[in-house]
Design a protein around this ligand. Structure first.
Ligand code: NAP
Length: 584
């Protein structure tokens, strides 16, 4: 008879899955700094579906995603999943891992219990029509990042993954090394190899931004493996050696230039000329390194706003700038003359599908991809690792944390097919940009409305609003909130915290969403905090009604909480507006 719970580091007999497991959990009530948001708990080991696999995690990779999951912004990942019908009120993060297969769903044929695996972080529904028809799952509306947008990631004794996520672990790597590379390397692989005729080829030149960073260090190695020449951009000469050991032909120190940021307007002759001088000097650095006047066929982009104008300018005619992030900002400006006259391509890219992840992993299995792990942490240090990332004090390179592995340096059972380089990053190197947003950012919907302007006849919000707030506490259950709605004949209830601050709204739509995948009884027992739409749009009682209408229509909202001296005093709704502008 198997034990109900195994101590961390004590491996259950192969294939024996205990009922409970140790895990690091994030819960909504402790959203905030990672050292407080992550807490150790014991939870039920998840069950698996026919296309899924349960893996005993030996080590897990650390990424920016779960710094943001801990903070609860820009998305409350738990509420988002609850609205989609997943009932757990906690989040187990972790989007990179190495481990041992412990249970296999009946439709999974390529792995078996006992296999040592690493996992890519793409999940999608196999029942999605797009996927069923052979479409790239990266375009499926069901695509999710495992361990960020899904629960039961790798920060636990067991993780639940879809079968296709499992790939062979390179035998020459330790548990912590093999947990460190998949997310960044697969992303870099799709960026460089996923775009048909524009993909990187033998003999090409690639310009790699952030060559010493997580993505950049992988991109240099992937470019080298295909026989391309890469030029890395870094922020200091102390990183040149690192990038060149990985395979870059040479490096550029971006701090020698100052033409960064959005493009000056093309009518601004002086400003544009100054920018042109800067970008030309940058371009000629590339020629110096290559020893010939060649432009990069592929530019590997992720800083975004500050560098895209340069990337587009220096890219070869017919070449591609491929971008997977906007770490410095999203408003990238493009001088279209260079784009259309020289027929360049600006290509967006996001993570990778299973085929691409496996192609990348072949490189790792062949010993041609160094995981570039800069630091590994113990299980106890998992929150600290995230806190360092949050505070921008973490080392460059990829980090991982031991889960079931009992010590550092374990798990390697073979020699690398080719000698790995293992370059080390300069000590004391500091991050200069704030922690980037998670790889999946919330997108404003196309359905966002245009603000509607109504004539201003001097009417103020206070002239029409309803004084008094019908509210509930975050811990009231949905059954009692529904009763308030029905009894008072209102469409929404404001959720107020114990300090009298409005923290969210439970609308009729939220109620309907809460019922998805649940019985009426299950929905009734949920809490207001779990179903509410977080945040409350407010306006001052003295705001002009015309301005309030613009606010409501631009954000496609039905009501605003009205404040006086920053205290909520009432509500103005679209019904009130209709009453005023059309009449009853
Ligand atoms: P990282 O390890 O922090 O490396 C980023 C590198 O960018 C740094 O090493 C830095 O190098 C460079 N950099 C910083 N500020 C810059 C600036 N103003 N101009 C030019 N370069 C600058 O991060 P990473 O893991 O490589 O990830 C990079 C971005 O990609 C993040 O935003 C991440 O969220 C995103 N990402 C997206 C996906 C996806 O699938 N969409 C997947 C993984 C990561 P120097 O200071 O040496 O120049």
């Amino acid at each position: 008879m198997s034990k109900q719970l195994y101590a961390l580091g004590e491996l259950p007999p192969l294939g024996e899955v205990p009922e409970k497991m140790h895990a690091w959990l994030i819960r909504p009530e402790r959203f905030g700094k990672p050292t407080e948001a992550f807490q150790k708990e014991v939870v039920n080991t998840p069950s698996i579906a026919d296309d899924e696999v349960l893996v005993l995690v030996m080590a897990a990779g650390i990424n920016y995603n779960n710094v943001w999951a801990a903070l609860g912004i820009p998305v409350n990942v738990i509420a988002a999943r609850n609205k989609g019908g997943e009932p757990e009120d906690f989040h187990i993060g972790g989007s990179d891992a190495s481990g041992i297969v412990y249970r296999v769903g009946k439709d999974v044929t390529h792995v078996k219990v006992g296999d040592e695996v690493v996992m890519h972080c793409g999940q999608w529904s196999r029942n999605c029509d797009w996927v069923k028809n052979g479409g790239d799952p990266m375009y499926s509306p069901s695509f999710r990042i495992w361990g960020y947008e899904t629960n039961f990631g790798s920060f636990a004794q067991f993780t639940r993954v879809q079968g296709h996520q499992c790939m062979p672990k390179p035998k020459h790597m330790t548990w912590e090394e093999s947990a460190a590379y998949t997310l960044v390397a697969a992303t870099a692989w799709r960026m460089l190899h996923g775009w048909g005729a524009s993909s990187i080829k033998k003999g090409d030149v690639a310009l790699i931004w952030g060559g010493a960073g997580g993505l950049g260090s992988m991109a240099i190695q992937i470019a080298k493996a295909v026989g391309a020449t890469s030029v890395a951009v870094v922020s200091g000469e102390d990183k040149y050696d690192y990038c060149m050991k990985l395979g870059a032909k040479g490096c550029i120190n971006r701090n020698e230039f100052d033409h960064w940021g959005m493009l000056p307007h093309w009518k601004d002759n002086a400003g544009y000329a100054k920018w042109l001088k800067g970008v030309r000097a940058f371009g000629s650095k590339i020629w110096d390194i290559l020893g010939e006047r060649r432009a990069p066929n592929v530019v590997f982009e992720h800083p975004g706003e500050t560098t895209i104008p340069t990337s587009i300018f220096v890219c070869e005619t017919g070449g591609m700038v491929v971008v997977c992030a906007g770490t410095t900002g999203y408003n990238a400006t493009v001088d279209l003359r260079y784009l259309w006259m020289r027929q360049k391509r600006l290509q967006g890219s996001h993570f990778a599908n299973a085929v691409q992840s496996n192609e990348m992993n072949q490189l790792a299995l062949r010993g041609q991809l160094d995981p570039c792990m800069s630091r590994a942490f113990s299980y106890e240090e998992l929150p600290i690792a995230h806190q360092l990332m949050h505070d921008n004090k973490h080392p460059h390179g990829n980090m991982s944390v031991l889960i079931s592995a009992t010590g550092f340096g374990l798990g390697a059972s073979g020699k690398a097919p080719v000698a790995m380089v293992h370059p080390t990053l300069p000590k004391g190197d500091v991050h200069t940009t704030p922690a980037p947003y998670p790889m999946s950012v919330p997108l404003p919907s196309i359905a966002e409305g245009e603000p509607i302007t109504i004539a201003d006849d001097g009417t103020r919000v206070r002239d029409l609003m309803h004084f008094g707030i019908i509210s509930c506490s975050p811990d009231d259950n949905v059954g009692s909130v529904a009763k308030i709605m029905v009894d008072k004949e209102i469409h929404a209830v404001i959720v107020m915290d114990p300090d009298g601050k409005a923290i969210g709204v439970v609308s009729q739509t939220d109620m309907v969403l809460a019922r998805q995948g649940r019985t009426a009884e299950q929905a009734r027992t949920m809490l207001a905090r779990e179903v509410m739409t977080p945040g409350c749009a407010t306006c001052d009682a003295d705001m002009l009604l015309s301005d309030a209408v613009s606010l409501l229509t631009a954000r496609r909202m039905h009501r605003l909480v009205v404040t006086e001296n920053d205290q909520p005093v009432g509500v103005i709704s679209m019904t009130d507006v209709v009453r005023k502008i059309i009449g009853e």
